[in-house]
Design a protein around this ligand. Sequence first.
Ligand code: GDP
Ligand code: MN
Length: 349
Amino acid sequence: QGSATAQGGSSVWEFMKPSYAKKGTRPKACFVSLVRNEELYTILESIEQVEKRFNKQFQYPWVFLNDKEFTEEFKTKVSAAVSGGVEFELIPVEDWSYPEFVDQEKAARERNRMAVEGIIYGESESYRHMCRFQSGFFWRQKALEKYDWYWRVEPSIKLYCDITYDLFQWMQDNDKAYGFTITIHEYVRTIESLWDTVKSWWKKNPQFIAKDNLLKFISNDDGETYNLCHFWSNFEVANLNLWRSPAYQDFFSTLDETGNFFYERWGDAPVHSIAAALILPKDKIHYFSDVGYHHMPYDNCPLDRDVFKKNKCRCDPENDFTFHSYACGVEYYNAQGLVKPDGWENYHN
Ligand code: GDP
Ligand code: MN
């Protein structure tokens, strides 16, 4: 069918390249947390983890985003917990509301249907705004303009191991654009029409598809169907210029115009992942197997014994999700041509 074949090089990588020019110098990087006032104590737990295991050494600043004004209590307590600079930014309403082409009555009907069908977050209007924001708007926020790099942090996450090197610097110095810790399959009921939309975008825009892309991670049949694999976006260490690129902006607009962030419940994780897999050369994507990470209910726990010991990990490797059948570690290793660790089959339940 030919659609899986790239026509050009990677226009996205060309676009991003200037942000890699100063190898060896400290990257312009920050943490970014979209969070609600009610999540004060769970975000404090996450901050404590990140500071203890990583940031007390590096002191990167932190940006907090919210669709409502942060309370004074939130700002005071969070400011006291971070070691670097901190900014609290209110998201402009335009970035957290219905675009005019969305039929809000239809959206409400679809939410009811999905609630009845028991689809996770099916009933939630705010969750849809959140997913659309993380897909198309977080990287446009004013507070992020001065940065090239971000690390997304959510409430209640854990870092299980010391991180003894600067992840941002490592990404920059090794020409990486997108880093993740956990992969997983999406609930098909939330993205019924996503792949058809992606395919029609890609056929119209072959110039945006990278030559040596990671299509094999997201499709088992050369692009005919989506295998539901994605990077779990609650953890991301990535270059903001990926999302600022003309290719991604075009991709996002095409998706957004369908209204299906609202009529269906498209998640930012499959949206980011599909884009990254198609528009980036695959060697720009990196799995942090050495970063012990937890977001309910899954763990990335280093299987390498030396890494585990050296970095003082506090997790059970038996719980590592990477090679579980519901994860997509197998698809990822195969797509990248990586050698899977000894004994990975034992995790494949
Ligand atoms: P899950 O991980 O998919 O179960 O979703 P979460 O509830 O963790 O939401 C994902 C991220 O978006 C978290 O960082 C939340 O704090 C944040 N978030 C979700 N909904 C809202 C919202 O309505 N307002 C704000 N400000 N943040 C939200
Ligand atoms: Mn979460």
